[in-house]
Design a protein around this ligand. Structure first.
Ligand code: FAQ
Length: 328
């Protein structure tokens, strides 16, 4: 799947000719022709750097994304819901592993990525820094966060870097199941008792603003889109993906008789585009830079896991040594 690229603990030596204009022209022609770039192919330094940044952030998002849902596994309202949520959370962690492996082919070790996450240097998706207050939040995450992730990932899976695209194809199959379980949970609440309906409406109201930030800042504020689209790492702009999400999923919310907390949200039939109130981009910047409602808690959990899992990693590396199992 990963194409035999670099996988190891040390940073590889980057090619000396990584900014050679003649090679750049050949590389860009390959991309233009729709070819996939593989780990051992020549690539410009900027392409490698951008891919590492994006795939690493994506991997962290899957791992941190498992946390709000993970806290509800023991509190899911039935055995069926518990089994489905357990499987979903396992899948998300698996997606993180696939994506770390894809990023490693570009030369950054998994250890370096995890260190950058737990030290607060790397970003991950804004949405996972908000609390899941009720079971309905889990239903809304499974339905709409997964829906947004699918729109984004299907688009990215058509891109130019082979290992990332192949990982995304597999991830999208699993996300399709997540979306079904989320939608099913939302339908159950929306068609349930008045208090269940109230609960799912309140969760929608809470998650809508972070969801409207999920695809990133407006195109005119997006610093990376132009370069990423030129190199086919990103196949659609932030606004384009958001419009696709609104087109497909707003009608599904409305058909359940639920509302969304934006009085300006409507499709303009002349332009064919959704109009909406811009979310609070200052809040977005605060949240993605470490100052959201749950950032500290999320990273503290990851630090704890890293510290308490150290003995397992050490035992795997030095399999012939005897290890005392802590807490046993
Ligand atoms: N959150 O120039 P742009 C999931 C940052 S997976 C945090 O527009 P770009 C599965 C951006 O990094 C969810 N930061 O950036 C799941 C940049 O900062 P930097 C994650 C964000 O890269 C479901 C700055 O803002 N998916 O949900 C966000 O061209 C349920 C400027 O932005 C991926 O990562 C954000 N929302 O476009 C798991 C997919 N948006 O690095 C559990 C791959 C922007 O300069 C439960 N990534 N920023 O410091 C992408 O497709 C792109 O990176 C975008 C952003 C579209 C997210």
């Amino acid at each position: 799947m990963y194409g035999g690229g670099y996988i190891g603990p040390d940073e590889p030596k980057l090619q000396d000719d990584q900014d050679d204009p003649a090679k750049l022209a050949i590389f860009e022609a390959r991309i233009e022709a729709g070819e996939k770039i593989e780990p051992n192919d020549w690539m410009p330094a900027g392409y490698r750097k951008q891919l590492i940044r994006m795939i690493e952030q994506h991997a962290h998002s899957e791992i941190i994304g498992a946390l709000p849902e993970g806290t509800w596994i023991t509190r899911a309202p039935s055995l069926k819901r518990k089994l489905a949520l357990l499987a979903k959370v396992q899948d998300e962690v698996g997606h993180g592993q696939l994506l770390y492996a894809a990023a490693e082919t570009l030369g950054k070790s998994r250890e370096a990525m995890i260190n950058d996450l737990i030290n607060g240097k790397s970003k991950y998706s804004n949405v996972f820094n908000y609390p899941a207050e009720t079971w309905a939040d889990i239903a809304v995450i499974g339905f709409l966060v997964d829906a947004a992730a699918i729109v984004n990932q299907i688009s990215n899976s058509k891109g130019s870097y082979g290992p990332y695209c192949r990982a995304l194809e597999r991830i999208c199959y699993e996300e399709a199941f997540h979306l079904k379980q989320g939608h099913d949970a939302v339908v159950a609440l929306a068609t349930g008792t008045p208090s269940q309906r109230e609960m799912v409406q309140a969760a929608l109201n809470r998650w809508w603003p972070p969801l409207m930030m999920f695809f990133g800042p407006p195109d005119k504020m997006s610093s990376h889109t132009e370069k990423l689209m030129k190199w086919k790492v990103k196949m659609a702009s932030n606004e384009h993906m958001k419009q696709e999400f609104l087109d497909t999923y707003v009608p599904k919310v409305f058909e359940l008789g639920l509302t969304l907390p934006d009085p300006n949200l409507k499709k303009n039939n002349e332009t064919g585009k959704w109009e909406y109130t811009e979310p609070d981009w200052d809040e977005f910047m605060r949240v993605i830079n470490g100052d959201g409602p749950c950032n500290k808690e999320r990273l503290a959990v990851r630090r704890w896991a890293e510290e308490n899992g150290r003995w397992v990693r050490e035992a795997l590396i030095k399999k012939d040594e005897k290890h005392a199992i802590p807490l046993a």
